[in-house]
Ligand binder design. Sequence first.
Ligand SMILES: [Zn+2]
Length: 192
Amino acid sequence: MPPVLHRQGWIEVIAGPMFSGKSEELIRRVKRALIARQRVVVFKPRLDNRYHPAYVVSHDGERVEAIPVGRAQEMEAHLDPLPDVVAVDEVQFLDEGLLPLVERLAQRGVRVILAGLDLDFRGEPFGLMPELLARAEFVEKLTAICPRCGAPATRTQRLVNGQPARYTDPVILVGAEEHYEPRCRACHQVRY
Ligand SMILES: [Zn+2]
């Protein structure tokens, strides 16, 4: 391990479809920073209540404590004193305020770890992700396995009542039975 001569900040992004292990990878990086006795603050959007509101939880059950935020601006209150590492899960759901915030943190020497879906169920860039991917020093794109053909899955298939979702479907469909699975480019389907 080389000596740390000066404190250097940067942005790293972990991207990929659902079930590609993004939260797991974020948790792995956070735990390593904690072992190195670094001060780490973890955030997640408040709308994500899949498991527990105060943790980032991976599909294999690993977890780290996280502060749920409704807007990026709410993070500011938790960043004084400035931590060594700031990690944010599910960044595709956060507002544009995240961009200047993460730039400022990296500029001030903070290692920023961001995880999120790069593509929505239509296969189109999701929220802030294109901008974050461009600004990041380091990008890791994870893949899942396509259950149809076994190829690396880069996309998230949305199924509504067993059918591929329509392009025009809203993000939340009341009364419909929804299911998501990873798919490769060839097997990913959207109804137009
Ligand atoms: Zn496939």
